[in-house]
Design a protein around this ligand. Sequence first.
Ligand SMILES: Cc1ncc(COP(=O)(O)O)c(C=O)c1O
Length: 431
Amino acid sequence: MQSWTRRHLLRTGSLGLTLTAGVGLTPPPARAGTLAAATGGGAPTDNAYWQAIAGQYDVTRDITQLENGNWVMMARPVLAAYQRHQQRVNAETSFYSRRGFGKDARAVMARVAGLIGCGLDEITLTRNATEALLALITGYNRLRPGDTVIYSDLDYDAMQAGMVSLRQRRGVDVIRIDLPEPASHQGLIDAYEQALKAHPKTRLLLLTHLTHRTGLILPVAEITAMARQRGVDVIVDAAHSIGLVDFTADTLGADFVGYNLHKWIGAPVGVGVLYIRRGRVPDIDPSPGEMEAAPENIRARVHTGTRDLAAMLAVPDAIDFHQSIGTARIAARLRHLRDLWAEPLRDHPAYEILTPTDPRLTGGLTSFRRRGVTDDKENAAIAQTLLERYGIFTVHRSGLSRGACVRVTPALFNQEADVEKLLAALRHMAG
Ligand SMILES: Cc1ncc(COP(=O)(O)O)c(C=O)c1O
């Protein structure tokens, strides 16, 4: 077997963009850990290490890709594994799905349970986080007419809509709160405490661990503990946080969580996870397609129908690659890339940076707006200018109570030069 040295990584890194034949050469991803030991330990500024990691991604160079919040591309070894799984599934079709897949699926689930830090009976795989979270929100059956449910302006649109639908489905009052901007750790806890005090009939709270709008990370454990004391259940949207923030189901503290594996875990598009803490499954209605299932059967909470088996089978490959680097190291690197462009603009007269400096509240993803420019279309125009004039791809986000913004999301293939280019462009645009 080839030895996976720093030089080898650097070489494949420099060739990586077009060398699809390199797939066959790709060594097991766990070797990236060996590289870390041989270099600067994969510290956020260890650019040799991160260039080598970047070399594992066949990313387009037509643009500077700083919009990785939609989903995160697969690293080359994961893509290669996915293609192998697809070939097999396609060749064997139901001969495989009816005879071999069950055992393989259990192995996949075991890896996912290990990743999340929970029991096998506490998770089921979905096609994405939306499917998991809507099953939780609409299936939560402990609400009674006259109860209150709360969500915030930074929650994801589909989950907001799910919460609003509870008015009709369950006869509850639906309260939307606006999260503070600028936010602080205590300010966020206080915002939820005030909301719970102001609405003592609250029974259900939706929290987004890392919001796709600004990148703000909520102190979920603290808010969940506070809610629990008041008899309030919490559903956590961890679509964007898993793989980008170091946590387990236990440290999060919530009984109901939805995750995505096709964002920061780097699995193929089409895999999410529904988590329900042991003992709480009966509090979520079964899917209409599973009404006869046993009350404790978590798999009956979502009925996906036929799905992409190869995407599921590639999940352990994605977890291998991810864990060969490690969430803590990934988080530190992406925060470093974020700090390089966002912190120099923190007090800039032309810009507002929407996530705080506090490392507890921010990951790699961060939004900005031109001071006072809150209009959706104007923010879309800023993203358009960044693309057309500077070749930098970002995305505008709307729906925040304080106004729209532009989101910047570096990934592992981005280098310091990419975010420095963004910083220069923003300074240039400010005149
Ligand atoms: C916070 C958050 N929740 C949920 C989702 C939905 O993810 P998916 O479309 O993969 O279900 C996203 C997607 O970007 C998200 O950012």
